[in-house]
Design a protein around this ligand. Structure first.
Ligand SMILES: [Zn+2]
Length: 443
């Protein structure tokens, strides 16, 4: 059976190129008349006739001729036939090929992609081709109007009842003098109060390498597409890092802020380790007690921690260290007091954990970008992070077309500034905020 199948596939492959070329020949011949500039709409005469282009299609290379036009005003050259065929402006692939190469490249390291590709298709591709496609489409993804891109990736018609926002940072291995660079991931999803769980397939992701200054406006666009200002309940779950709350105050001033439950417990356990010892058999009991008190709310836990102080002061060993741990924990809870009404939040069916952004870190960044031995150039890291977030938002089937649509729309909008949406005010992110967050980013 394998032999038969492969023989038929080969037959299909061999008849492919003439087939595509025959179909291309059926198109009406291109008239050498003026064509509308995609940017300004003016009629532009032909600048050069019958320029040849060869692209790799699913059934092999295909060559055709088309006219070139150049708009002096926009400083923009274009091929109407390429646009008619929805071919990528640059590169050596048809859209269908580029879409598939991108799907491989985004999901695996390039060396393995090339090998896996050969299992699926007859014509081999090189690692370099995979790299070029990521660079090309990644650049489009980065340059796109982020609001429009979010809309194309996941259109929203109805309004969420509860919208949850989470953001988090982690470090990526980068080539060059600065070996690590912070990557920020944000996730926005809809939450079902009745079932007290996230609504399936409602999540949108954003990922930006290079700190909060660039991350904030991208996350803001994702929130804007969800019409955050009209959503009845917005919830922002964070790990307690100050810059998280600064961001929440700026982007969603009316949101209910919630300190992630697991971080609240983890801090208590860390303090327990200092007070009782790393290996203490009492630690599980300590954690259990902390959880019981935390589920009541911040007052109960702070009151009981304060009662520990006289006991700690009687200690002979490690007194200063123990007091400091206790102090830090009380400070952490007090700073986040209004974000810790866990009992009430549970009753309301609202989420109290930031599990979504932690898992987003794994599937948006780590699985592809933090493999053993990987070091990224900053430019490629930025592009790959953006592509991955888009991929996870739209899914394998929709994401390439969403980027292409946004990118094409962008070309005509840039030429027509009146069409640029007014509204969002990145200027709010003053330099002072940026520096403050850079300092606290290590929390
Ligand atoms: Zn023009």
């Amino acid at each position: 059976m394998s032999e038969m199948e492969l023989a038929v596939e080969k037959l299909k492959g061999d008849s492919g190129d003439p087939g595509i070329e025959a179909l291309l020949r059926r198109m009406k011949p291109e008239k050498p008349t003026g064509k509308a500039c995609p940017k300004c709409g003016k009629r532009i005469p032909v600048k050069a006739r019958d320029r040849e282009r060869t692209v790799r299609s699913l059934s092999g290379p295909v060559t055709f001729k088309r006219n070139y036009h150049y708009c002096e005003e926009c400083k923009y050259g274009f091929y109407p036939v390429d646009r008619l065929l929805s071919l990528p402006e640059e590169g050596e692939l048809t859209s269908e090929m580029e879409k598939r190469v991108l799907d491989f490249a985004i999901n695996d390291v390039y060396g393995e992609c090339a090998a896996r590709w050969n299992l699926h298709y007859q014509q081999p591709i090189s690692e370099n081709l995979l790299r070029r496609v990521i660079a090309r489409v990644g650049a489009q993804c980065e340059a796109a109007d982020q609001g429009q891109l979010q809309h194309e990736l996941k259109p929203t018609e109805d309004l969420a009842d509860v919208l949850v926002v989470e953001s988090d940072g982690s470090l990526l291995p980068i080539r060059g003098p600065e070996p690590w660079k912070e990557a920020k991931v944000g996730v926005v999803y809809r939450h079902d109060r009745e079932a007290s769980e996230p609504i399936a397939d409602s999540a949108r992701y954003v990922a930006v390498v290079n700190g909060l200054g660039e991350f904030a406006p991208v996350l803001e666009e994702a929130l804007h597409v969800e019409r955050i200002e009209e959503v009845p309940t917005v919830v922002w779950v964070g790990d307690g890092a100050v810059c998280n709350w600064t961001l929440a105050d700026q982007l969603a001033p009316d949101a209910i802020q919630i300190l992630d439950w697991h971080h609240a417990v983890e801090h208590a356990v860390d303090c327990g380790k200092v007070l009782l010892g790393e290996e203490s058999p009492w630690l599980p009991l300590w954690q259990q007690r902390a959880e019981t008190l935390l589920s009541e709310g911040p007052d109960a836990v702070v009151a009981e921690l304060m009662e520990c102080i006289p006991e700690v002061e009687k200690r002979r060993r490690d007194r200063a260290e123990a007091l400091e741990a206790l102090n830090n924990l009380v400070g952490y809870y007090r700073n986040n007091q209004r974000r810790m009404n866990y009992r009430l939040l549970r009753e309301e069916g609202l989420p109290i954990g930031s599990g979504a952004v932690e898992s987003a870190h794994r599937h948006v960044l780590q699985t592809r970008m933090k493999r053993a031995g990987q070091r990224w150039s900053l430019r490629n890291a930025r592009r790959m992070a953006r592509l991955h977030a888009a991929y996870r938002t739209a899914g394998a089937l929709g994401f390439y077309d969403a980027i292409r649509r946004t990118s094409c729309a962008g070309a005509s909008r840039r030429a027509n500034p009146g069409a640029i949406r007014n509204g969002f005010h990145y200027a709010r992110y003053g330099a002072r905020d940026m520096n403050r967050c850079a300092r606290t980013a290590s929390n």
